[in-house]
Design a protein around this ligand. Structure first.
Ligand code: GUN
Ligand code: ZN
Length: 439
Protein backbone atom coordinates (compact mmCIF):
# COMPACT_ATOMS: atom_id res chain seq x y z
CA UNK A 1 0.00 0.00 0.00
CA UNK A 2 1.06 3.54 -0.64
CA UNK A 3 -0.75 5.64 1.95
CA UNK A 4 -0.77 9.33 1.26
CA UNK A 5 -0.57 9.09 -2.52
CA UNK A 6 -3.53 10.83 -4.08
CA UNK A 7 -5.96 11.03 -5.62
CA UNK A 8 -6.83 7.45 -4.90
CA UNK A 9 -10.15 5.76 -5.62
CA UNK A 10 -11.36 2.80 -3.63
CA UNK A 11 -13.75 0.43 -5.39
CA UNK A 12 -15.90 -1.66 -3.06
CA UNK A 13 -17.61 -4.82 -4.26
CA UNK A 14 -19.38 -7.85 -2.90
CA UNK A 15 -16.64 -10.03 -4.38
CA UNK A 16 -13.42 -9.61 -6.34
CA UNK A 17 -12.35 -12.48 -8.59
CA UNK A 18 -9.15 -12.98 -10.56
CA UNK A 19 -6.55 -15.57 -11.56
CA UNK A 20 -3.07 -15.46 -10.08
CA UNK A 21 -0.02 -17.28 -11.34
CA UNK A 22 2.62 -18.59 -9.00
CA UNK A 23 5.21 -20.52 -10.96
CA UNK A 24 3.36 -23.11 -13.02
CA UNK A 25 0.28 -23.02 -10.82
CA UNK A 26 -2.78 -20.89 -11.47
CA UNK A 27 -4.92 -19.95 -8.55
CA UNK A 28 -8.47 -18.59 -8.58
CA UNK A 29 -8.58 -15.81 -6.03
CA UNK A 30 -11.99 -14.78 -4.70
CA UNK A 31 -12.22 -12.07 -2.06
CA UNK A 32 -15.47 -11.41 -0.23
CA UNK A 33 -16.64 -7.92 0.78
CA UNK A 34 -13.59 -6.66 -1.00
CA UNK A 35 -11.96 -3.43 -1.97
CA UNK A 36 -9.42 -2.33 -4.57
CA UNK A 37 -7.54 0.95 -4.41
CA UNK A 38 -6.45 2.58 -7.67
CA UNK A 39 -4.08 5.53 -7.88
CA UNK A 40 -4.09 8.55 -10.17
CA UNK A 41 -2.05 6.66 -12.78
CA UNK A 42 -4.66 3.91 -12.93
CA UNK A 43 -2.53 1.40 -11.07
CA UNK A 44 -3.77 -0.95 -8.39
CA UNK A 45 -2.12 0.02 -5.12
CA UNK A 46 -4.03 -2.19 -2.71
CA UNK A 47 -6.50 -5.04 -2.78
CA UNK A 48 -8.12 -7.00 0.00
CA UNK A 49 -10.99 -7.33 2.41
CA UNK A 50 -12.64 -3.93 2.67
CA UNK A 51 -12.70 -3.75 6.44
CA UNK A 52 -8.98 -4.52 6.59
CA UNK A 53 -7.61 -1.68 4.55
CA UNK A 54 -10.21 1.06 4.50
CA UNK A 55 -8.54 2.66 7.46
CA UNK A 56 -5.02 2.25 6.01
CA UNK A 57 -5.50 3.68 2.52
CA UNK A 58 -6.32 7.32 2.24
CA UNK A 59 -8.73 7.76 -0.67
CA UNK A 60 -10.21 10.85 -2.26
CA UNK A 61 -13.10 8.85 -3.59
CA UNK A 62 -14.94 5.67 -2.75
CA UNK A 63 -17.15 3.95 -5.31
CA UNK A 64 -19.45 1.34 -3.84
CA UNK A 65 -20.44 -1.21 -6.46
CA UNK A 66 -22.92 -2.79 -4.05
CA UNK A 67 -23.69 -6.38 -4.98
CA UNK A 68 -21.38 -6.12 -7.99
CA UNK A 69 -18.46 -8.45 -8.61
CA UNK A 70 -15.15 -6.98 -9.77
CA UNK A 71 -13.14 -9.08 -12.23
CA UNK A 72 -10.28 -8.42 -14.65
CA UNK A 73 -11.35 -7.11 -18.05
CA UNK A 74 -11.50 -9.91 -20.61
CA UNK A 75 -8.85 -10.44 -23.29
CA UNK A 76 -10.23 -11.40 -26.72
CA UNK A 77 -7.12 -12.54 -28.54
CA UNK A 78 -8.50 -13.06 -32.06
CA UNK A 79 -11.40 -11.39 -33.88
CA UNK A 80 -12.09 -9.71 -37.19
CA UNK A 81 -13.42 -6.16 -37.22
CA UNK A 82 -14.62 -6.20 -40.85
CA UNK A 83 -16.68 -9.30 -40.07
CA UNK A 84 -18.87 -7.53 -37.54
CA UNK A 85 -21.86 -7.95 -39.87
CA UNK A 86 -20.98 -11.52 -40.89
CA UNK A 87 -21.86 -13.17 -37.54
CA UNK A 88 -24.38 -15.95 -37.96
CA UNK A 89 -23.81 -16.54 -41.69
CA UNK A 90 -24.43 -20.25 -41.64
CA UNK A 91 -24.42 -23.19 -43.95
CA UNK A 92 -20.83 -23.51 -45.15
CA UNK A 93 -17.45 -24.78 -43.99
CA UNK A 94 -14.45 -22.44 -43.68
CA UNK A 95 -13.08 -22.04 -47.21
CA UNK A 96 -16.49 -21.72 -48.87
CA UNK A 97 -17.70 -19.47 -46.03
CA UNK A 98 -14.73 -17.13 -46.59
CA UNK A 99 -15.53 -16.88 -50.31
CA UNK A 100 -19.25 -16.43 -49.95
CA UNK A 101 -19.55 -14.14 -46.92
CA UNK A 102 -16.24 -12.87 -45.64
CA UNK A 103 -14.37 -11.56 -48.66
CA UNK A 104 -17.37 -9.53 -49.93
CA UNK A 105 -17.89 -8.08 -46.42
CA UNK A 106 -14.22 -7.20 -46.03
CA UNK A 107 -14.14 -5.60 -49.52
CA UNK A 108 -16.56 -2.94 -48.21
CA UNK A 109 -13.88 -1.81 -45.72
CA UNK A 110 -11.91 -0.15 -48.52
CA UNK A 111 -14.34 2.71 -47.97
CA UNK A 112 -13.08 4.88 -45.10
CA UNK A 113 -16.59 5.66 -43.84
CA UNK A 114 -17.59 1.99 -43.71
CA UNK A 115 -14.32 1.13 -41.95
CA UNK A 116 -14.67 3.92 -39.39
CA UNK A 117 -18.24 3.01 -38.60
CA UNK A 118 -17.33 -0.70 -38.31
CA UNK A 119 -14.47 0.14 -35.92
CA UNK A 120 -16.71 2.43 -33.87
CA UNK A 121 -19.34 -0.28 -33.53
CA UNK A 122 -16.74 -2.87 -32.58
CA UNK A 123 -15.38 -0.60 -29.84
CA UNK A 124 -18.91 0.02 -28.55
CA UNK A 125 -19.59 -3.71 -28.36
CA UNK A 126 -16.25 -4.70 -26.80
CA UNK A 127 -16.78 -2.20 -24.01
CA UNK A 128 -20.31 -3.45 -23.37
CA UNK A 129 -19.06 -7.04 -23.25
CA UNK A 130 -16.28 -6.26 -20.79
CA UNK A 131 -13.40 -6.81 -23.20
CA UNK A 132 -10.55 -4.45 -22.33
CA UNK A 133 -7.80 -5.89 -24.56
CA UNK A 134 -8.32 -7.24 -28.07
CA UNK A 135 -6.16 -8.62 -30.88
CA UNK A 136 -8.08 -7.69 -33.98
CA UNK A 137 -7.68 -8.44 -37.68
CA UNK A 138 -8.53 -5.53 -39.94
CA UNK A 139 -9.11 -5.91 -43.68
CA UNK A 140 -6.36 -5.69 -46.30
CA UNK A 141 -6.98 -1.95 -46.61
CA UNK A 142 -4.71 0.49 -44.77
CA UNK A 143 -7.62 2.89 -44.23
CA UNK A 144 -9.43 0.19 -42.27
CA UNK A 145 -6.45 -0.47 -39.99
CA UNK A 146 -6.08 3.27 -39.51
CA UNK A 147 -9.76 3.57 -38.56
CA UNK A 148 -9.44 0.72 -36.08
CA UNK A 149 -6.41 2.21 -34.33
CA UNK A 150 -7.97 5.65 -34.19
CA UNK A 151 -11.23 4.37 -32.66
CA UNK A 152 -9.42 2.30 -30.02
CA UNK A 153 -7.15 5.22 -29.30
CA UNK A 154 -10.12 7.48 -28.71
CA UNK A 155 -11.96 4.86 -26.65
CA UNK A 156 -9.05 4.01 -24.33
CA UNK A 157 -9.12 0.24 -24.94
CA UNK A 158 -6.00 -1.86 -25.53
CA UNK A 159 -5.50 -3.02 -29.11
CA UNK A 160 -3.14 -5.26 -31.02
CA UNK A 161 -3.92 -5.01 -34.72
CA UNK A 162 -2.62 -4.69 -38.21
CA UNK A 163 -3.76 -4.62 -41.79
CA UNK A 164 -4.32 -8.13 -43.10
CA UNK A 165 -1.79 -9.19 -45.73
CA UNK A 166 -3.23 -11.10 -48.68
CA UNK A 167 -1.97 -11.23 -52.26
CA UNK A 168 -3.40 -14.54 -53.51
CA UNK A 169 -6.43 -16.79 -53.14
CA UNK A 170 -9.24 -14.25 -52.96
CA UNK A 171 -11.04 -11.68 -55.17
CA UNK A 172 -8.92 -8.72 -56.32
CA UNK A 173 -10.68 -6.18 -54.12
CA UNK A 174 -9.27 -7.88 -51.00
CA UNK A 175 -5.76 -8.42 -52.36
CA UNK A 176 -2.80 -6.06 -52.35
CA UNK A 177 0.58 -6.47 -54.06
CA UNK A 178 3.58 -7.09 -51.81
CA UNK A 179 5.39 -3.81 -52.19
CA UNK A 180 2.49 -1.47 -51.41
CA UNK A 181 1.36 -3.78 -48.59
CA UNK A 182 4.75 -3.43 -46.90
CA UNK A 183 4.84 0.34 -47.47
CA UNK A 184 1.42 0.69 -45.86
CA UNK A 185 2.50 -1.42 -42.90
CA UNK A 186 5.70 0.58 -42.38
CA UNK A 187 3.60 3.73 -42.16
CA UNK A 188 1.08 2.14 -39.77
CA UNK A 189 3.86 0.83 -37.53
CA UNK A 190 5.42 4.27 -37.36
CA UNK A 191 2.15 5.93 -36.51
CA UNK A 192 0.61 3.46 -34.09
CA UNK A 193 2.98 0.86 -32.64
CA UNK A 194 3.38 1.57 -28.92
CA UNK A 195 1.12 4.63 -28.93
CA UNK A 196 -0.19 5.55 -25.48
CA UNK A 197 1.28 2.27 -24.20
CA UNK A 198 -1.99 0.67 -25.28
CA UNK A 199 -1.87 0.28 -29.07
CA UNK A 200 0.45 -2.19 -30.78
CA UNK A 201 0.98 -3.30 -34.34
CA UNK A 202 0.63 -6.91 -35.49
CA UNK A 203 2.00 -8.17 -38.79
CA UNK A 204 -0.98 -10.15 -40.05
CA UNK A 205 -0.61 -12.71 -42.83
CA UNK A 206 -4.25 -13.86 -43.10
CA UNK A 207 -3.16 -17.51 -43.43
CA UNK A 208 -0.85 -19.63 -45.56
CA UNK A 209 -3.39 -19.75 -48.40
CA UNK A 210 -3.63 -15.99 -48.84
CA UNK A 211 0.08 -15.19 -49.04
CA UNK A 212 2.46 -15.92 -51.91
CA UNK A 213 6.03 -16.96 -51.17
CA UNK A 214 7.16 -13.44 -52.00
CA UNK A 215 4.61 -11.98 -49.55
CA UNK A 216 5.57 -14.39 -46.77
CA UNK A 217 9.26 -13.53 -47.29
CA UNK A 218 8.51 -9.81 -47.21
CA UNK A 219 6.50 -10.21 -44.00
CA UNK A 220 9.36 -12.16 -42.42
CA UNK A 221 11.73 -9.34 -43.39
CA UNK A 222 9.33 -6.73 -42.01
CA UNK A 223 9.19 -8.69 -38.78
CA UNK A 224 12.98 -8.81 -38.58
CA UNK A 225 13.11 -5.03 -38.91
CA UNK A 226 10.36 -4.64 -36.28
CA UNK A 227 10.96 -7.26 -33.63
CA UNK A 228 8.77 -5.53 -31.07
CA UNK A 229 5.71 -5.95 -33.31
CA UNK A 230 3.26 -8.81 -32.90
CA UNK A 231 2.40 -11.45 -35.51
CA UNK A 232 -1.11 -12.89 -35.85
CA UNK A 233 -2.50 -15.44 -38.27
CA UNK A 234 -4.54 -18.65 -38.58
CA UNK A 235 -3.32 -22.24 -38.54
CA UNK A 236 -4.75 -25.75 -38.97
CA UNK A 237 -8.40 -24.82 -38.55
CA UNK A 238 -9.96 -27.39 -40.90
CA UNK A 239 -8.83 -30.58 -42.60
CA UNK A 240 -9.55 -29.10 -46.07
CA UNK A 241 -7.37 -26.10 -45.28
CA UNK A 242 -4.52 -28.27 -44.00
CA UNK A 243 -4.70 -30.43 -47.17
CA UNK A 244 -4.66 -27.35 -49.39
CA UNK A 245 -1.68 -25.86 -47.54
CA UNK A 246 0.17 -29.14 -47.99
CA UNK A 247 -0.39 -28.85 -51.77
CA UNK A 248 0.43 -25.15 -52.14
CA UNK A 249 3.36 -25.06 -49.69
CA UNK A 250 4.83 -28.40 -50.75
CA UNK A 251 8.36 -27.34 -49.84
CA UNK A 252 7.41 -26.83 -46.16
CA UNK A 253 7.61 -29.77 -43.80
CA UNK A 254 4.23 -28.94 -42.22
CA UNK A 255 1.78 -26.05 -41.80
CA UNK A 256 3.66 -24.42 -38.92
CA UNK A 257 6.86 -24.46 -40.99
CA UNK A 258 5.28 -22.00 -43.45
CA UNK A 259 5.40 -19.35 -40.71
CA UNK A 260 8.46 -20.75 -38.94
CA UNK A 261 10.63 -20.75 -42.09
CA UNK A 262 9.89 -17.04 -42.49
CA UNK A 263 10.86 -16.07 -38.94
CA UNK A 264 7.27 -15.45 -37.90
CA UNK A 265 7.09 -17.46 -34.65
CA UNK A 266 7.88 -16.21 -31.14
CA UNK A 267 6.52 -14.94 -27.86
CA UNK A 268 4.56 -12.24 -29.67
CA UNK A 269 2.97 -14.55 -32.24
CA UNK A 270 -0.67 -15.61 -31.98
CA UNK A 271 -2.02 -18.35 -34.23
CA UNK A 272 -5.77 -18.86 -34.28
CA UNK A 273 -7.41 -22.31 -34.02
CA UNK A 274 -4.70 -25.00 -34.25
CA UNK A 275 -7.22 -27.84 -34.11
CA UNK A 276 -5.21 -30.10 -36.41
CA UNK A 277 -1.68 -29.27 -35.25
CA UNK A 278 0.55 -32.31 -34.92
CA UNK A 279 2.50 -33.05 -31.75
CA UNK A 280 5.79 -31.87 -33.30
CA UNK A 281 4.14 -28.62 -34.40
CA UNK A 282 2.76 -27.99 -30.90
CA UNK A 283 6.17 -28.73 -29.39
CA UNK A 284 7.80 -26.19 -31.72
CA UNK A 285 5.15 -23.64 -30.82
CA UNK A 286 5.87 -24.29 -27.14
CA UNK A 287 9.61 -23.98 -27.66
CA UNK A 288 9.20 -20.61 -29.36
CA UNK A 289 6.46 -19.44 -26.90
CA UNK A 290 4.08 -19.03 -29.84
CA UNK A 291 0.44 -19.02 -28.67
CA UNK A 292 -2.51 -21.01 -29.89
CA UNK A 293 -5.66 -18.94 -29.76
CA UNK A 294 -8.64 -21.22 -29.22
CA UNK A 295 -11.86 -19.92 -30.75
CA UNK A 296 -14.53 -22.37 -29.61
CA UNK A 297 -17.74 -20.72 -30.83
CA UNK A 298 -16.16 -20.28 -34.26
CA UNK A 299 -15.03 -23.91 -34.42
CA UNK A 300 -18.47 -25.17 -33.44
CA UNK A 301 -20.32 -22.82 -35.79
CA UNK A 302 -18.26 -23.63 -38.89
CA UNK A 303 -18.06 -27.29 -37.88
CA UNK A 304 -14.27 -27.04 -38.05
CA UNK A 305 -13.59 -29.60 -35.32
CA UNK A 306 -12.87 -30.06 -31.64
CA UNK A 307 -9.73 -28.38 -30.34
CA UNK A 308 -8.03 -30.57 -27.73
CA UNK A 309 -6.99 -28.10 -25.05
CA UNK A 310 -5.56 -30.65 -22.65
CA UNK A 311 -3.29 -32.27 -25.24
CA UNK A 312 -2.11 -28.88 -26.50
CA UNK A 313 -1.46 -27.62 -22.98
CA UNK A 314 0.27 -30.86 -21.95
CA UNK A 315 2.66 -30.40 -24.86
CA UNK A 316 3.53 -27.02 -23.39
CA UNK A 317 1.89 -24.52 -25.74
CA UNK A 318 0.44 -21.27 -24.52
CA UNK A 319 -3.33 -21.19 -25.02
CA UNK A 320 -5.77 -18.34 -24.70
CA UNK A 321 -9.34 -17.67 -25.84
CA UNK A 322 -11.04 -15.59 -28.46
CA UNK A 323 -14.40 -14.92 -30.08
CA UNK A 324 -13.18 -14.97 -33.70
CA UNK A 325 -16.21 -13.06 -34.89
CA UNK A 326 -17.64 -13.29 -37.60
CA UNK A 327 -17.17 -17.10 -37.52
CA UNK A 328 -17.59 -16.88 -33.76
CA UNK A 329 -21.19 -16.41 -32.74
CA UNK A 330 -20.81 -13.45 -30.43
CA UNK A 331 -18.47 -11.13 -28.58
CA UNK A 332 -19.43 -12.23 -25.09
CA UNK A 333 -16.49 -13.86 -23.30
CA UNK A 334 -19.07 -15.68 -21.15
CA UNK A 335 -20.26 -17.41 -24.30
CA UNK A 336 -16.69 -18.14 -25.40
CA UNK A 337 -15.80 -19.65 -22.01
CA UNK A 338 -18.95 -21.76 -21.95
CA UNK A 339 -18.33 -23.08 -25.44
CA UNK A 340 -14.74 -23.83 -24.46
CA UNK A 341 -16.09 -25.86 -21.57
CA UNK A 342 -18.50 -27.76 -23.87
CA UNK A 343 -15.89 -28.50 -26.52
CA UNK A 344 -13.55 -30.01 -23.93
CA UNK A 345 -16.39 -31.86 -22.18
CA UNK A 346 -17.30 -33.48 -25.50
CA UNK A 347 -13.79 -34.92 -25.47
CA UNK A 348 -14.10 -36.17 -21.91
CA UNK A 349 -12.17 -33.36 -20.24
CA UNK A 350 -14.15 -31.15 -17.89
CA UNK A 351 -12.56 -27.77 -17.25
CA UNK A 352 -12.97 -25.98 -13.95
CA UNK A 353 -14.38 -22.48 -13.64
CA UNK A 354 -10.93 -21.48 -12.38
CA UNK A 355 -9.24 -22.57 -15.60
CA UNK A 356 -11.91 -20.96 -17.79
CA UNK A 357 -11.44 -17.62 -16.04
CA UNK A 358 -7.67 -17.93 -16.46
CA UNK A 359 -7.97 -18.69 -20.19
CA UNK A 360 -10.23 -15.67 -20.76
CA UNK A 361 -8.13 -13.17 -18.82
CA UNK A 362 -4.58 -13.78 -17.55
CA UNK A 363 -3.68 -16.37 -20.22
CA UNK A 364 -4.62 -13.82 -22.89
CA UNK A 365 -2.44 -11.18 -21.25
CA UNK A 366 0.42 -13.71 -21.00
CA UNK A 367 0.09 -14.63 -24.68
CA UNK A 368 0.30 -10.95 -25.54
CA UNK A 369 3.20 -10.30 -23.18
CA UNK A 370 0.97 -7.87 -21.27
CA UNK A 371 0.68 -9.84 -18.03
CA UNK A 372 2.88 -7.31 -16.25
CA UNK A 373 0.19 -4.73 -17.06
CA UNK A 374 -3.20 -6.42 -17.09
CA UNK A 375 -5.03 -9.76 -17.08
CA UNK A 376 -5.41 -9.99 -13.31
CA UNK A 377 -5.97 -7.70 -10.35
CA UNK A 378 -2.68 -7.48 -8.52
CA UNK A 379 -0.86 -4.62 -6.89
CA UNK A 380 1.33 -2.83 -9.46
CA UNK A 381 -0.81 -3.73 -12.47
CA UNK A 382 -3.08 -1.35 -14.32
CA UNK A 383 -6.66 -1.42 -13.09
CA UNK A 384 -8.31 -3.04 -16.14
CA UNK A 385 -11.50 -4.40 -14.66
CA UNK A 386 -15.19 -4.92 -15.07
CA UNK A 387 -18.07 -4.78 -12.66
CA UNK A 388 -20.45 -7.70 -13.08
CA UNK A 389 -24.00 -7.21 -11.88
CA UNK A 390 -25.79 -10.57 -11.84
CA UNK A 391 -29.08 -8.95 -10.87
CA UNK A 392 -29.39 -7.55 -14.39
CA UNK A 393 -30.49 -11.09 -15.27
CA UNK A 394 -33.27 -12.25 -12.98
CA UNK A 395 -32.81 -15.98 -13.43
CA UNK A 396 -29.04 -15.64 -12.95
CA UNK A 397 -29.46 -13.74 -9.69
CA UNK A 398 -31.93 -16.36 -8.47
CA UNK A 399 -29.44 -19.06 -9.43
CA UNK A 400 -26.60 -17.22 -7.73
CA UNK A 401 -28.65 -16.93 -4.55
CA UNK A 402 -28.46 -20.71 -4.19
CA UNK A 403 -24.75 -21.09 -4.93
CA UNK A 404 -22.22 -21.71 -2.21
CA UNK A 405 -18.86 -20.97 -3.78
CA UNK A 406 -17.37 -18.28 -6.05
CA UNK A 407 -16.53 -21.00 -8.59
CA UNK A 408 -20.22 -21.97 -8.78
CA UNK A 409 -21.17 -18.33 -9.22
CA UNK A 410 -18.57 -17.89 -11.95
CA UNK A 411 -19.88 -20.94 -13.76
CA UNK A 412 -23.43 -19.62 -13.49
CA UNK A 413 -22.28 -16.31 -15.04
CA UNK A 414 -20.87 -18.27 -17.99
CA UNK A 415 -24.10 -20.18 -18.49
CA UNK A 416 -26.50 -17.22 -18.15
CA UNK A 417 -24.27 -14.27 -18.84
CA UNK A 418 -24.08 -11.84 -21.71
CA UNK A 419 -23.54 -8.09 -22.07
CA UNK A 420 -26.54 -7.37 -19.83
CA UNK A 421 -24.62 -8.35 -16.71
CA UNK A 422 -21.62 -6.15 -17.50
CA UNK A 423 -22.32 -3.04 -15.47
CA UNK A 424 -19.07 -1.12 -16.02
CA UNK A 425 -15.78 -1.48 -17.89
CA UNK A 426 -12.50 0.20 -16.86
CA UNK A 427 -9.03 0.39 -18.40
CA UNK A 428 -6.16 1.72 -16.30
CA UNK A 429 -8.64 3.01 -13.73
CA UNK A 430 -10.66 4.99 -16.28
CA UNK A 431 -14.29 4.08 -16.65
CA UNK A 432 -14.94 3.57 -20.36
CA UNK A 433 -18.44 2.16 -20.12
CA UNK A 434 -21.36 2.26 -17.72
CA UNK A 435 -24.50 0.40 -18.64
CA UNK A 436 -26.64 2.92 -16.79
CA UNK A 437 -25.29 5.69 -19.02
CA UNK A 438 -25.09 3.82 -22.33
CA UNK A 439 -27.18 4.92 -25.31
N1 GUN B 1 -8.80 -18.45 -41.99
C1 GUN B 1 -8.41 -17.46 -42.83
N2 GUN B 1 -9.20 -16.38 -42.69
C2 GUN B 1 -10.10 -16.67 -41.75
C3 GUN B 1 -11.17 -15.94 -41.16
O1 GUN B 1 -11.46 -14.79 -41.49
N3 GUN B 1 -11.89 -16.58 -40.20
C4 GUN B 1 -11.59 -17.85 -39.79
N4 GUN B 1 -12.33 -18.42 -38.85
N5 GUN B 1 -10.59 -18.55 -40.34
C5 GUN B 1 -9.86 -17.97 -41.30
ZN1 ZN C 1 -9.96 -15.64 -37.45
Amino acid sequence: MTPGRSPVTIHLAKEIWFSRRSGDAIQFVALKDAAMAVDDLGKIIALGRANEFKSQVHAERTVDHGDGIIMPGFVDAHLHCPQIDVIGSGGLPLLEWLNKYVFPAEAKFKDQKVAQSGAKRLVRELKRHGVTTAAVFSSVHAVAAEALFSEFDAAGLRLISGKTSMDVGAPGEVLQPVRSDIEDQEALIKRWHGKAGRLFYAITPRFALSCSREMMRALGDLRERNLSCYVQSHISETTDEVAEVKKVWNGSKDYLAVYEDHGLLGAKTLLGHGIYLTDPEIRRMAATKTSVVHCPTSNSFLGSGLFNLKRTADLGARICLASDIGAGTGLSPWQTMLECYKVQALQGHRLTADELLYRATLAGAESLGLDGTCGSLEVGKDADFIVVNPSRNRLLSERIAVTETPAERLFACMAYGDDRIIEETYVAGQRLYAQSKAE
